[in-house]
Design a protein around this ligand. Sequence first.
Ligand SMILES: [Ca+2]
Ligand SMILES: [Ca+2]
Length: 109
Amino acid sequence: MAITDILSAKDIESALSSCQADGSFNYKSFFSMIGLSSKTPDQIKKVFAILDQDNNGFIEEEELHMFLKNFSSSARALTPTEIKDFMTAGDSDGDGKIGMEEFQAMVKA
Ligand SMILES: [Ca+2]
Ligand SMILES: [Ca+2]
C-alpha cells in the first residue's frame, strides 16, 4: 500500500512544501492539507499502518522523527521540538507513543 493510494500526490506535495523549514511543521495544518481529516476511519487506519513502520501498533518517537519521509523520501526529518509537540498533542494516555485511537482523535481534532 502506497500512501498515494489514499491521499492525493498533489495535496502531499503542497503540504510538504508548507513545512520545509525546520520548526515549521504543524500537525493540524499538515493533516488538513493532505486531506486526511476528511478521510474515513478505515482510510485513516491505513495511513496509520504506513506511519507505524515496525507494525507494532504504535507510532513512536523514532517513527515521528521520519514522519515526513513517509510522504516523500526527499522530505526532511522532524526536529526534536517538532517531535515533542507532535507526541504531546497525540499521546493522550501518556504512554509515550501514539496508538490508533489517539491518532484517529488527532486527525479529527
Ligand atoms: Ca511503531
Ligand atoms: Ca499513547
